[in-house]
Design a protein around this ligand. Structure first.
Ligand code: PEP
Ligand code: MG
Length: 289
């Protein structure tokens, strides 16, 4: 709030699940969510990301077997097949916290790949509401429900997914890792991790187009959004919302304030035709100079 954020684009709830022997209960989750909702109030949305755990962020209480490729493994929404209650309890806690803070909750699921994942999310959301309402609590009418687009197949299916949800938030960190088939934690492959790669930008442009067709907004919550060059290119591709660390907000605001909308659009178009990420960076640097 001190950095004049208009909301929170990515509330990483997995921190509540780490360094514990058991998963936090529904009751234990309500208070931290309520505090954040109340601080931001009804006019600055806080987008809660359902716990992005499993895979490389294994928690002992999940009792998951070791996996050869944890980044391609049983994580996030895929944990539903093993531990549905984990997601359900979190959704019930969000409903309760929003009711107590007097806000409409905004929620998104990470690692969505298929339409079935989306349908599961919507079903769990509605079941969670019914369960909390049955206990007599007065609840907000709706939960604004979105998905993260961070798996290439979800970007390709953007049009179909957009018809079913309220917003998209693109996770450029994972989208780049999966599109480039390059482990994001391997420093030797860091040269393949620049989300400004035109191939990744083409995926992003497709997501924006699919969302526009359905009339839903597209945000970016990966690290590219906090990079001034990235912010310009993303805005040029029609991304309407950027989510970044509080410390990056001044830098991206300054970058965006210095250019006209027509220059951004032109940059977006030229970036799609560039040969590689460094060519895109040079184009953006000319506007930032
Ligand atoms: C992303 O993948 O871009 C993202 C925002 O999520 P995380 O970095 O937590 O995987
Ligand atoms: Mg991610």
């Amino acid at each position: 709030l001190e950095m004049r954020a208009e909301g929170v684009g990515l509330f990483r709830t997995e921190f509540l699940f780490m360094q514990r022997r058991t998963a936090p209960s529904e009751a234990e989750q309500v208070e931290p969510y309520r505090r954040v909702f109340e601080a931001f109030g009804p006019d600055r949305p806080v987008v809660v990301r359902l716990a992005d755990i499993g895979g490389d962020k294994a928690m002992p209480y999940l009792d998951l077997p070791p996996e050869a490729n944890p980044f391609l493994g049983v994580r996030a929404i895929r944990l539903a097949g093993r531990n549905l209650e984990l997601l359900s309890a979190q959704l019930r806690a969000i409903w309760r916290a929003a009711a107590r803070a007097g806000v409409t909750p905004h929620v998104m699921a990470p690692m969505v790949a298929t339409i079935a994942d989306v349908e599961l999310l919507l079903e769990l959301r509605d079941e969670a509401r019914a369960a909390v309402a049955a206990s007599g609590e007065a609840l907000p009418e709706r939960m604004v429900t979105g998905v993260m687009i961070e798996i290439p197949v979800a970007a390709i299916l953007a049009r179909e997914i957009a018809r079913r949800v309220d917003f998209f938030s693109i996770g450029t960190n994972d989208l780049t890792q999966y599109a480039m088939a390059a482990d994001r934690s391997n420093p030797e492959l860091a040269y393949l991790q620049d989300a400004l790669h035109p191939g990744v930008l083409k995926l992003i442009a497709g997501v924006v187009a699919g969302a526009a067709e359905a009339g839903i907004p597209t945000a970016v919550c990966g690290e590219l959004a906090g990079d001034p060059a990235g912010a310009l290119v993303l805005a040029g591709l029609g991304v309407g919302e950027l989510s970044a660390d509080a410390g990056s907000l001044d830098g991206i605001r300054a970058a965006l304030a210095g250019v006209a909308r027509s220059q951004l659009r032109d940059l977006g178009q030229r970036a799609l035709d560039a040969a590689d990420a460094s060519a895109v960076r040079s184009m953006a640097a000319e506007l930032l100079a």
